[in-house]
Design a protein around this ligand. Structure first.
Ligand code: FAD
Length: 487
């Protein structure tokens, strides 16, 4: 069962434009002729029109944002996507691309007059090329499947969002998703060599190649990565793969203060060790995860740090010994070293379960991803804790410590309007603080509907104008994913 989340900063403006409940059986605005033509393009079995069929596509993993789409189409080829978009331009309806709908910023929530275009049937791994270390995949392939397929050739696809078993690579590209291994290996963008994209007006664009070096003209692929489905629908992705690391070691350090955990992270990096994973859970999250997974986490500890290093066995040996030493130097009360792969996977899955575990304890789980430079982590965490106290809110904090990417998660109840107002105020202050510390309003979840109210403060007026100009150039009729990132 999927967890309940909300992007707390979702502005009143955004919500007022997404007013209908997903359960509403309101009539569609598409004409019978348009529906018939959509059916001809995708095939009748791939067109969903009844309220019961449409309801599941009216929301994503971002609660309190919902709107029933006018229709849902499951596409099977770039040609079908092109035909749907050409019809949208001609008839004036809007199109929301969607993979698995796990995004946390309302990125796939339809606005008025929208159909949802689902890519999950385009799920083929078209090629693994061990000579060039690349994979060519369709957008509906689940992220975890890519690494599995690469693994069969001794290769490795590093980006591993917590949702990797359910998210699609198309969604990862559109959100430029990160993961637990981001500290050492980077994010989705670092692995995209090329894209095939259907533009909002229906033309097919291919950009990028298998060449390691390619500087012919603007790097168009980079324009589409992180564009949240507003500039084009990605139909093929050429990915870079790496040789699979031959060894890894996973450790769990327990601390009595968050400051000690944060200083351990800073010290590891200052000593020029770049582990693949440095993730943390705070006291509230530890208790929820242990209650959920029963893997023996230290309930009562203020923080745990999941540390993982991978690579050549000799380097792994040396780095892990130094990391244990540094954790102890910063008063770790215990450092547990996974004895085998099974135990390592268990410890890693405890971190992956953080979000779901927190979501079990309250009707609404309000999660964000404020991000700061690593040197400001301790200050940011202290600020989040003080803010929660000031507004009498229960918060769990976990995240990608090594990337400075924090997930403060408020445990509340959306039926309690007054409490939700306090959550919004708290998040506003947290974002302002993140920006003041040199950070950003989102490290990996995107702007979508939820955070567009903050974008101008962060990107500046000129930055926003350039983004709007790009959008208008590629999508003159504003048919693709309207209302996302900016109005
Ligand atoms: C439990 C959980 C854990 C998570 N952990 C992480 C994490 O560690 N790191 C992280 O970065 N995120 C994380 N997320 C957020 C989410 O999983 C990612 O944003 C993911 O990339 C979304 O993939 P999706 O297939 O669900 O895309 P969707 O939610 O369906 O779509 C996301 C965006 O991409 C667009 N889109 C989808 N497919 C295409 C396409 N083919 N072409 C163009 N645009 C497209 C949509 O319009 C939308 O704007 C997590 C979410 C959950 C629920």
């Amino acid at each position: 069962m999927f967890i309940s989340t909300i992007s707390a900063a979702a502005s009143a403006v955004s919500r007022s434009k997404c007013t209908s409940e997903p359960g509403s059986t309101e009539l569609m605005s598409l004409s019978a002729d348009t529906l018939r033509r959509l059916g001809e393009i995708v095939g009748p079995a791939n067109l969903q029109q009844s309220p019961e069929e449409r309801i599941g596509y009216g929301y994503d993993a971002t609660p309190m944002l919902a709107h029933l789409p006018d229709a849902v189409v499951f596409v099977e080829s770039a040609q079908q996507i092109s035909d749907v978009l050409k019809l949208a331009n001609a008839e004036g309806f809007k199109v929301v691309p969607r993979g698995s709908g796990t995004n946390l910023s309302g990125g796939t929530v339809p606005m008025e007059n929208c159909i949802v275009l689902v890519t999950v049937k385009m799920d083929k791994i078209l090629e693994i090329d061990p000579r060039n270390l690349t994979a060519l995949v369709e957008p509906g392939v689940l992220t975890a499947r890519i690494d599995e397929a690469a693994g069969a050739h001794g290769l490795f696809y590093p980006p591993d969002p917590g949702s990797m078993k359910i998210s699609t690579i198309g969604g990862n590209v559109a959100e430029n998703s990160g993961g637990l291994r981001g500290l050492k290996y980077g994010v989705t963008r670092d692995y995209v060599l090329g894209l095939e994209v259907v533009l909002p007006t229906g033309e097919l664009l291919r950009c990028g190649t298998k060449c390691v070096k390619d500087v012919a003209g603007y790097s168009l692929k980079d324009l589409f990565i992180g564009s949240e489905g507003t500039l084009g629908v990605v139909t093929q992705i050429l990915l870079k793969l790496l040789p699979r690391p031959t060894a890894r070691r996973t450790m769990l350090a327990t601390f009595d203060t968050m400051t000690d955990a944060a200083e351990t992270v800073s010290d590891i990096i200052a000593r020029k060790i770049i582990p693949c994973t440095l993730e943390f859970l705070d006291k509230t999250t530890i208790a929820c995860v242990e209650d959920y997974t029963k893997i023996g986490l230290p309930i009562g500890a203020e923080a745990i740090l999941l540390m993982e290093t991978d690579g050549h066995p000799v380097v792994v040996e040396e780095e892990s010994a130094r990391m244990i030493e540094l954790a102890r130097a910063h008063h770790a009360r215990d450092v547990r070293v996974a004895k085998d792969t099974a135990e390592a996977d268990k410890l890693t899955s405890a971190r992956r379960a953080a979000f779901s575990a927190l979501a079990r304890v309250s009707p609404t789980t309000i999660l964000e991803d404020a991000t700061v430079p690593r040197s400001e982590l301790a200050a940011m965490i202290a600020f989040i804790q003080q803010t929660a106290k000031k507004y009498e809110l229960r918060v769990g904090i976990f995240g990608h410590f090594g990337d400075g990417n924090l997930h403060p998660t408020f445990l509340c109840d959306e039926r309690n309007r007054e409490e939700i107002e306090r959550v919004h105020t708290a998040f506003r202050e947290i974002f302002e603080k993140a920006i003041a510390l040199g950070g950003t309003i989102t490290g990996e979840h995107g702007v979508g509907l939820a955070k567009k109210g903050f974008l101008e403060t962060f990107a500046g007026t000129t930055g926003l104008q350039v983004m709007c100009a790009l959008k208008h150039t590629l999508d003159p009729n504003h048919v693709l994913n309207p209302g996302k990132i900016f109005d």
